[in-house]
Design a protein around this ligand. Sequence first.
Ligand SMILES: Nc1ncnc2c1ncn2[C@@H]1O[C@H](COP(=O)(O)OP(=O)(O)OP(=O)(O)O)[C@@H](O)[C@H]1O
Length: 301
Amino acid sequence: MSEIYMELKNITKEFGTDFFGKNKFKAVNNVSFNIKKGEILSLIGESGSGKTTVGKMILRLLKPTYGEILFLNKNIWDIDDTKEYYRNVQAIFQDPFSSFNTLFKVDRVFNMVFETFYPDEKNRKEKIEKVINQVGMNPTNILGKYPHQLSGGQLQRLLIARALLMNTKILVADELISMLDASTRIDVLNLLSDIREKTGMSIIFITHDLSLGYYLSDRSLIMYKGEIVEQGDTYDVYNNPIHPYTKMLLNSVPEIDKKWDPNEQFLPETVEYEIKKFYLKNKSYDDIYMEFEKNHIVKVR
Ligand SMILES: Nc1ncnc2c1ncn2[C@@H]1O[C@H](COP(=O)(O)OP(=O)(O)OP(=O)(O)O)[C@@H](O)[C@H]1O
């Protein structure tokens, strides 16, 4: 069995809704999952479902209100060497331009990796060129350029190259390709898949786009209102969705050969109604989560 890199155990994050931090609401509620070496896991849900908050807790940008996150069996808030943690756990966000300082050439992100983590490295140029080649670009066309001279897709690739240079174990990709055009998106997805194969890097792919999750991930976690309502092997979840919310999400994916029917509506009330029906039907079960197939877990109450 593959090594478990990270474990989230009953993570809850509360935010205060007023100035004094009172009237708390749970942006993330009792979320548990793990991520194994070399696994691509998709965290899927609509806007506001809590995906980014989970990502931020993994990145130690937010502290869980309850629960713990273990990285290689150690609570991430007990890790003193934060630099080392961030070498192992990296993030790439939607807007690649925000990760680069516009005043400096892009080479700087690589030089900073050496200065911070490998100050004694002698073959810097060789190593930088190697990772740039690995992400499918020609170093001579890239190095020496300023961020505004490169496209969004090229900058995303550079950030992936930086993670490769650091030997990152877990990459959190939050809406990574939302700002890219369709063909560049597929290139970046294929690149992530290829890197996982070659290096064993694990990827947490945060998206609201079901089709991207299906294309890329081994395991899918469906989030609704801060909770994971269904999780399992991607093929099972997409081909045999059990939770009404997952079913509705899948039904709402546009099909290329079908015109959109304006009478077909995806209303929050209908989701709530279906979920209530589902819970009533399953109320005889004592377990909060039920395993329908191997690894296919659905929240039934
Ligand atoms: N710092 C904060 N203070 C208060 N509320 C917050 C904070 N951060 C997030 N929230 C709220 O928590 C909920 C979950 O937000 P989050 O950004 O995790 O959702 P998301 O699923 O990533 O959505 P999106 O895809 O739009 O980014 C939202 O209702 C959001 O308004």
